[in-house]
Write a protein that binds this ligand. Structure first.
Ligand code: T3D
Length: 260
């Protein structure tokens, strides 16, 4: 049996590839468990300073596995599976103290789309599609989709995406703010890894703190957010990388960041 998720580390960049291409990387228990394991590994490993999450084959992920093994058991409470499998994963991605690039190489449907949106920078191949598939099968959006969508695209578009459950082509996804950039399909992964390699050579601790500030932003008022920025900036201001950044600026040379 193939490994359902492949993990590779190269020069500070971890690439995590969903690997059930025969079912468009549908998410079953085994895949979700491995994905969580690798996301945790990347978070803990000091050698990892940026991540790319992508899919094998022609899909990114078709969402929850709808095969009998995953859905037919009367014992399966969907909400409980969300709590045990998806929530730790989505939170681990959002709280990951390093940047995550989602390289959406094909269809991203249902919870597969939620996982893509949990990345910090979402790139898409030109043939990628985004699909809030949930209501097509009588479910509601989950794994963070109702959190991310209104924040990324605004409430009107979020509601239309959810209610209409249409396939959104990559170019439209970019236009409405679901995606940062669309690349030709064959350039997507090389570009994502190149971008990740650039991020891996930058001040990693500052990215971790910036993510904390952004995560706090939409639940805060201005005064609260200014205080969050000040608190996190105190920490950034004590890093070796801040000292190096300023020294390099003054010496008119390229900085050599170490990530701490
Ligand atoms: O319980 C929980 O885990 C809670 C969480 C729920 C969150 C969710 O994600 S709910 C949403 C689940 N996903 C979907 O409803 C999407 C289902 N798939 C599709 O609608 C279509 O496959 C796509 C639009 C994504 C792609 O269409 P297309 O025409 O490009 O491909 P296809 O022919 O439909 O699929 C290719 C194969 O993948 C096919 O297998 P076959 O016929 O070649 O043997 C298909 O059955 C399989 N496949 C696609 N999606 C899934 C799947 N197998 C299992 N689960 C899937 N989600």
């Amino acid at each position: 049996m193939n490994e359902p998720v492949i993990y590779a580390l190269d020069n500070g960049v971890a690439t995590v590839t969903l690997n059930r291409p025969e079912v468009l990387n549908a998410l079953d228990e085994n895949l979700l468990a491995k994905l969580m394991l690798f996301i945790s590994r990347a978070a803990d490993d000091q050698a990892v300073r940026a991540l790319v999450v992508t899919g094998a084959g022609r899909g990114f992920s078709a969402g929850a596995d709808l095969g009998p093994a995953n859905t037919d058991s009367g014992a399966v409470d969907v909400g409980e599976r969300l709590r045990t499998r998806y929530h730790p994963l989505i939170l681990a991605m959002r709280n990951m103290p390093k940047p995550i690039i989602s390289a959406v190489n094909g269809v991203a449907a249902g919870a597969g789309m939620s996982i893509a949106l949990a990345g910090d920078v979402v790139l898409a191949g030109s043939s990628a599609l985004f699909l809030q598939a949930f209501t097509r099968i009588g479910l509601i959006p989950d794994a963070g989709s109702t959190y991310f969508l209104p924040r990324y695209v605004g409430e009107m578009r979020a509601r239309a995406l959810v209610m209409l459950a249409e396939k959104i082509p990559a170019a439209d996804a970019e236009r409405i703010g679901l995606v940062w950039k669309v690349l030709p399909d064959d350039e997507l992964l090389p570009y994502a890894q190149q971008l990740a390699a650039h991020l891996a050579a930058m001040p990693t601790r500052a990215y971790a703190l910036a993510k904390q500030a952004l995560n706090a932003s939409l639940g805060s008022d201005l005064g609260g957010q200014l205080e969050t920025e000040a608190r996190l900036q105190s920490e950034a201001g004590r890093t070796d990388d801040f000292r190096e950044g300023v020294a390099a600026f003054r010496a008119k040379r390229a900085p050599e960041f170490k990530g701490h």
